[in-house]
Ligand binder design. Structure first.
Ligand code: GCU
Length: 609
């Protein structure tokens, strides 16, 4: 028995060319589509497949899809799916935290937004830009298929110049957050599978030939030489482009080649380097004859030398904390400048100079705000736990997400580490997968450091030895590993017994350690889930790690409690991972102050206080 979904707006399979993503989109000529979007829940994907399970995209027919955007043609017409009569969700925002019915929902939801548009200039071009949608999105404009995007944490866009109407338009998006064995991440994670259009959506208007992409950063190992590129998109490929840094009285002109690209080399005088205690940003104007794009950019140098990490040539100790993209005060995915300010202010209060944005690319506001606040950042892609290492499509997906992340944040001085993976079980396929990812990252950006959160191994003959030995260690600049001695591995007192065997002449950081504590639950230091247990574990762990000779930084797990379906313990977890130093209500736990004090001492030791 088929449900008849009448539609007179046929789905015409017009796949717009997936464009390289516009960089610095917030400083462009944009119309925000944030706000209330009508939605239809579609667990059987009835709007995408016909009753023979054929996609309407490929098999358009009069009974197709939810791209409807009209009332019934008459009182006898059967119309079962109608956005005008449907409820609304706020975009940006995950659906799970907006309606209790959707808290655990994993499946498809169709979104629809109507909007008016009039071009500023007839010759201009238009794009629709999504900051992210988790996990797979299909996008339609006025009934035409623009394309589909896989990956829940990186931006995507489609050119709509030829599809947009002067006046009323209707954009429809199918978002499906189901986890996939061949996905990135795969089926099992320790975070909430927030679905939806989770970041900003906007229409971007640009000239016919526009400044699509650019990188203006300090050249590797340099102190005053800027290196990078500018790439134009449009018919007039070869033209003059000017890079101006007014504060430094620097104006340099380049000419793009027949591909629209120009290499940028600029030597600057009197440059003040960006640093954590002086996050100096310069206004940089990039201009062609009919467009100027401006951005605030910091210039710094990051490198390792032996076991030291050097920021502008000076040894630095990374006083960090892990952060999930969640605002516990509001609930759900963080997505706004205000959310970023909340999270990074807490990190600053903890005396951090560094944060690990786990386990996937966070929204763009985080790196932009960290540039202004002088906070160093580790960014990563969700190559997490048991990825399908020998699946070429999975590698292509991971590489695409890594490319999207680097493309978006390559002009951010705060970003110093690209991380390839988290706690991935060692195998030949896994190491090859990560090695190829890291080679791609270095090809795109040779100025930043590569790392990964690796695992710890034991020596059966020496129960108190913990060994960091990973074939991928040869491909990273900084050795990072997660360890949970005192929580998953023995009790906190075991920290006092353990010897670390780490034989790399590279900087060593600890990318995770921690313990669960319910904020406000108190007892003695051996009572699990109390703040005192977590406090004691932090004290003993910090003392243990300080004995590692190559110890140059850490990012304990984690700033705030966060939702996870793996954490059900009634009355204690209730669906939350309780390893935060701050509870879901924003209240700090006792361990917060242990780490805060340790970081103050470290800052004084490194002359950062
Ligand atoms: C792992 C993992 C985290 C997880 C944490 C935990 O190290 O990287 O994503 O949340 O342990 O068990 O709490």
């Amino acid at each position: 028995m088929r449900s008849v979904i009448l539609s007179l707006i046929l789905v015409l399979p017009v796949f717009a060319r997936a464009q390289e993503i516009l960089v610095n989109v917030y400083n462009r000529n944009i119309l925000s589509l944030n706000g209330k979007w009508s939605y239809i829940i579609d667990p059987y994907e009835n709007g995408y497949y016909d009753y023979r399970y054929e996609p309407y995209d490929k098999n358009p027919n009069p009974y197709g899809g939810y791209f409807l955007d009209r009332q019934p043609a008459g009182k006898s017409e059967l119309l079962e799916y109608n956005f005008d009569r449907s409820p609304v969700l706020t975009v940006p925002g995950d659906w799970n935290s907006q309606d209790d019915k959707l808290l655990y929902y994993e499946g498809t939801i169709w979104y629809r937004r109507q909007f008016e548009y009039t071009k500023d200039k007839p010759s201009n071009r238009l794009f629709i830009y999504f900051g992210a949608a988790n996990y797979e999105a299909h996008v339609y404009l006025n009934g035409k298929k623009l394309g589909q995007h896989t990956g829940g944490f990186t931006p995507f866009q489609y050119e709509i110049t030829d599809f947009i109407h002067e006046g009323r338009n209707s954009v429809v998006v199918k978002v499906d957050n189901r986890r996939r064995r061949d996905g990135v991440p795969t089926l099992n994670t320790d975070w909430w599978n927030y679905g939806g259009i989770t970041r900003d959506v906007m229409i971007v208007e640009v000239p016919e030939t526009f400044i699509a992409d650019y990188c203006i950063q300090m050249a590797k190992g340099q102190n005053n030489n800027i290196s990078g590129f500018i790439r134009l998109n449009g018919p007039v490929k070869a033209q003059k482009v000017k890079v101006e840094i007014p504060e430094l009285k620097s104006v340099t002109e380049f000419t793009t080649d027949e591909n629209g690209t120009a290499k940028v080399e600029i030597t600057l005088k009197n440059l003040v380097h960006w640093s954590t205690d002086n996050p100096k940003l310069y206004t940089v104007n990039i201009a062609t004859a009919n467009e100027t794009v401006c951005e605030k950019i910091g210039f710094r140098n990051i490198e390792t030398r032996g076991t030291d990490i050097l920021l502008n040539g000076k040894p630095v100790f990374l006083r960090g904390i892990c952060i999930h993209e969640e605002n516990p005060m509001r609930g759900g995915r963080a997505y706004s400048a205000e959310d970023a300010l909340q999270l990074l202010n807490w990190a600053k209060e903890l005396n951090c100079n560094y944060v690990r944005l786990a386990h996937y690319p966070h929204n763009e506001y985080m790196a932009r705000l960290a540039d202004e606040m002088g906070i160093l950042i580790w960014e990563e892609i969700p190559v997490y736990w048991t990825i399908l290492w020998d699946d070429p499509a999975t590698f292509k997906n991971a590489k695409s997400q890594l490319t999207g992340l680097i493309n978006r944040d390559k002009n951010r001085a705060s970003v110093i580490i690209w991380s390839m993976a988290n706690e991935t079980p060692v195998s030949e396929e896994r190491t090859s997968f990560l090695k190829n990812l890291s080679a791609h990252a270095r090809e795109l950006d040779d100025t930043r450091l590569i790392s990964a959160a690796m695992e710890v191994h034991r020596d059966p003959g020496n129960p108190n030895y913990r060994i960091v030995e990973d074939p991928f260690a040869d491909y990273v600049d900084i050795i990072n590993f997660n360890q949970y001695i005192g929580w998953y591995d023995g009790l906190p007192s075991l920290c006092d017994e353990v010897n670390w065997i780490i034989s790399y002449n590279k900087p060593v950081m600890i990318s995770e350690f921690g313990a669960g504590a319910l904020q406000g639950l108190h007892g003695d230091a051996l009572t699990r889930w109390t703040e005192e247990y977590q406090e004691d574990l932090y004290k003993r762990t910090l003392s243990m790690l300080s004995k590692i000779p190559q110890f140059r930084g850490l990012s304990p797990w984690i700033l705030c409690d966060f939702r996870s379906p793996r954490r059900p313990l009634p009355g204690i977890q209730d669906g939350w991972n309780r390893k935060g130093l701050i509870g879901e209500n924003g209240t700090k736990k006792k361990a917060f102050y242990v780490l805060q004090e340790f970081y103050m001492q470290k800052a004084k030791e490194y002359g950062d206080w």
